[in-house]
Design a protein around this ligand. Structure first.
Ligand code: UTP
Length: 290
């Protein structure tokens, strides 16, 4: 099994990020110096993936433009002698081969993945949710690819979450056959608190085999009236087998304001030039009465 393509759905409305996301896709909102989706694409690149299939809609053109040249800007930076930033701007334009497909109606994450069917063809592929960020010693999707290749089985990424948050995620019921590795029996989309089979939540990383596309095509709308990827994963688990890997690292859901802001601080604190001033500023803010 070899994973060359990743499908990154970025076609959702991003209602939780309004009004910021009214005309700027939430996947293009900045986290420190880069847009959210650039972190996701970089994670894919670091994991050996060569082709990125962006599932977009008509308001999301600037996402593919971000991964292309802006020659006027590059000329201007060259003339101004701004070498470092010019290099960075060019690196982003050249880092990846982008293929875009449209999701014409926002019918859910499962439907967005199905929209990439023609491009994915008959090969196994990765899926990375476009507003879910992961950072660690090893890239999140790379951790899944390693297991999928070794076991020749589709794999989903999970993380342990607090019991009171299970109603925000797909949750797995599985047998832990090695530390952090599960054979998935059942998946439940957003179970009520107190009724979840575990605290292992599906986070936005998957390595899937082409059968999932057939299951998605036959899938009826599920939770929230959307075509849920989780429902098609249940069929994959039943008919082909499905593993889950506990991903090691930090995760930020950029569609959630607290997580989005924390991610900004996390990256800014890693910048030598900013850290001191930022910490000082935060210290003053925290000590001020509201
Ligand atoms: P979210 O679950 O965050 O949904 O999607 P959303 O609709 O964009 O955002 P909210 O909940 O209204 O704030 C996770 C990822 O899947 C994409 C989104 O763009 C996001 O990157 N997505 C979601 C699609 O591409 N199509 C869909 O129909 C739904």
């Amino acid at each position: 099994m070899e994973i060359r393509k990743v499908v990154i759905p970025v076609a959702g409305w991003g209602t939780r990020s309004l009004p910021a996301s009214k005309n700027v896709p939430k996947e293009m909102l900045p986290i420190f110096k880069k847009p959210v989706v650039q972190y996701v694409v970089e994670e894919a690149m670091q994991s050996g993936i060569e082709d990125v299939v962006l599932v977009t809609n008509q308001n999301k053109r600037i996402i593919e433009d971000h991964f292309d040249h802006n020659f006027l800007l590059e000329q201007l930076l060259e003339r101004a002698g701004k070498k470092d930033i010019l290099e960075e701007v060019r690196r982003v334009a050249e880092m990846v081969n982008i293929i875009t497909v449209r999701q014409k109606e926002q019918l859910g994450l499962g439907h967005a993945v199905l929209c990439a069917r023609e491009v994915v063809g008959n090969d196994p592929f990765a899926v990375m949710v476009g507003d879910d960020l992961m950072f660690g010693m090893q890239p999140g999707i790379g951790q899944l690819i390693e297991v999928a290749v070794a076991e020749k089985t589709p794999v989903i990424g999970v993380m342990e979450i607090p019991a009171e948050k299970v109603n925000r995620y797909g949750i797995i019921d599985g047998r832990e056959y090695a530390p952090g590795l599960f054979r998935v029996r059942n998946l439940v989309e957003k179970p009520p608190v107190g009724q979840a089979p575990s605290r292992m939540a599906i986070v936005g990383r998957y390595v899937l085999t082409p059968e999932i596309l057939r299951f998605l095509a036959e899938q009826k709308p599920g939770h929230g009236g959307e075509i849920q990827l989780t429902d098609a994963l249940q069929r994959l688990a039943d008919e082909c087998g499905l593993l889950a890997v506990k991903i090691h690292g930090q995760r930020f859901d950029a569609g959630d304001w607290v997580e989005y802001l924390t991610a900004n601080i996390y990256f800014a604190l890693q910048d030598e030039d900013l850290r001191y001033d930022l910490v000082e500023r935060l210290r003053v803010l925290l000590s001020c009465p509201a």
